[in-house]
Ligand binder design. Structure first.
Ligand code: AMP
Length: 289
C-alpha cells in the first residue's frame, strides 16, 4: 500500500451551501466533522489544530476568512497577510479535507450584520479593553461558522486564550451543540509564539519580540520556585516588557474561567501579556502548572 504517498483530495469551496452539502455527505456516510476556524496565512500553530482535529473526527474542515467584523477602524484588516495558494498547499499536506474560503459578501450577504453575539464581562478586559468590538465580531463569526458547518467539534488555539474562553462560554450560554477543544501554543525554536502577524516584524523587532516569552518564562520560573503572590508575577511580566522598542499593553495573572485578576497564583492561573513591537501587536500567555 502506498497510502502515505497519496495526496489526499482537498476540496476548496467558497459558498455556504457547498459547506452544507459537504457536511451533509459526511454525515450521510456516518462520519463526524471537526472545524478549524482560521484567518489564513497558515503556520505550524494552525497545523497543530488540524492534527488535533484529525484525532477527534473523521473529516477535518477549515475556514479561512479574514473577518472584517472583528477589526477596529485603525487596525490591520487591509494589510493582514493573505496567501490562499500557500494555505491550500499546507492544508493539503496536513490532510485537511475541506477548506471554506468565503468572500465577505458570502459571509455577510444581508449587508451590515445587525444581530451579534455580545461577549459580556469576560470580553471587557485585556484584549476587549484594547480592541473595542473585537470579541463581538469574533464571536459573531464563530457562531455563524458553527451554524454553517454544524461541526461535532471545533478546535481553537490557547494562543488566543481569552478568545478560547469566550467561545467556550458562548457555547455553554447559548447551548450550541458543538464540543470546543483548545490546543497548546506552538512556538518557534527560540520561544516566540507563532502568529501570522510575525511576518510584519523586522529582524530587529523579531529579536525584541522575544521579551513576551521571556517574561512568561520568568513568571513560570518564579511560580515553580514557590512564589504565589500574583503581584510579584505581574511585576516580572512588566519588567520583561519594559524595554526600549516595546510598548506593553497589559500583563496579567488571571483565573482561567473568570479571567478575573487573582491575588494568589495557583496551578491553572494564566499569565497573559500583550505588547506592541514597532507597528505590530503581539499577544502571548502561559498557564501555570
Ligand atoms: P488566526 O488565524 O490567527 O485567527 O488563528 C486561528 C486559530 O489558530 C486560533 O484558534 C488561534 O488561537 C490558533 N493559533 C494561532 N497561532 C497559534 C499558535 N502559535 N499555536 C497554536 N494555535 C495557534
Amino acid at each position: 500500500m502506498t497510502v502515505l504517498a497519496e495526496a489526499r483530495a482537498l476540496q476548496l469551496v467558497h459558498g455556504r451551501a457547498d459547506v452544507r452539502a459537504a457536511v451533509g455527505a459526511a454525515r450521510a456516510a456516518g462520519e463526524t466533522v471537526a472545524l478549524v476556524p482560521t484567518m489564513g496565512f497558515l503556520h505550524d500553530g494552525h497545523m497543530s489544530l488540524v492534527h488535533r482535529a484529525r484525532e477527534l473526527a473523521d473529516r477535518v474542515m477549515m475556514s479561512i476568512f479574514v473577518n472584517p467584523l472583528q477589526f477596529g477602524p485603525s487596525e490591520d484588516l487591509d494589510r493582514y497577510p493573505r496567501d490562499l495558494e500557500g494555505d491550500l498547499r499546507l492544508a493539503r499536506e496536513h490532510g485537511v479535507d475541506l477548506v471554506f474560503a468565503p468572500s465577505a459578501a458570502e459571509m455577510y450577504p444581508h449587508g451590515p450584520q445587525q444581530v451579534r453575539v455580545e461577549p459580556g464581562p469576560l470580553g471587557a478586559r485585556m484584549e476587549g479593553a484594547i480592541r473595542p468590538g473585537h470579541f463581538s465580531g469574533m464571536l459573531t463569526v464563530v457562531a455563524k461558522l458553527f451554524g454553517i458547518f454544524g461541526p461535532d467539534v471545533a478546535v481553537f488555539g490557547q494562543k488566543d486564550f481569552q478568545q478560547a474562553t469566550l467561545i467556550r462560554r458562548m457555547v455553554g450560554d447559548l447551548d450550541l451543540p458543538v464540543r470546543v477543544e483548545v490546543a497548546p501554543i506552538v512556538r518557534e525554536a527560540d520561544g516566540l509564539a507563532m502568529s501570522s502577524r510575525n511576518v510584519y516584524l523586522s529582524a530587529e523587532e523579531r529579536a525584541r519580540a522575544l521579551a513576551l516569552h521571556r517574561g512568561l518564562r520568568r513568571g513560570h520560573e518564579l511560580f515553580a520556585a514557590g512564589e504565589r503572590d500574583a503581584a510579584v508575577l505581574r511585576q516580572a511580566l512588566w519588567a520583561a516588557l519594559r524595554v526600549p522598542g516595546i510598548e506593553p499593553e497589559y500583563a496579567e495573572a488571571v483565573h482561567p474561567d473568570t479571567l478575573e485578576p487573582v491575588a494568589a497564583a495557583a496551578p491553572g492561573t494564566v499569565l497573559l501579556v500583550a505588547a506592541r513591537v514597532g507597528g505590530t501587536r503581539l499577544i502571548d500567555n502561559a498557564v501555570l502548572s
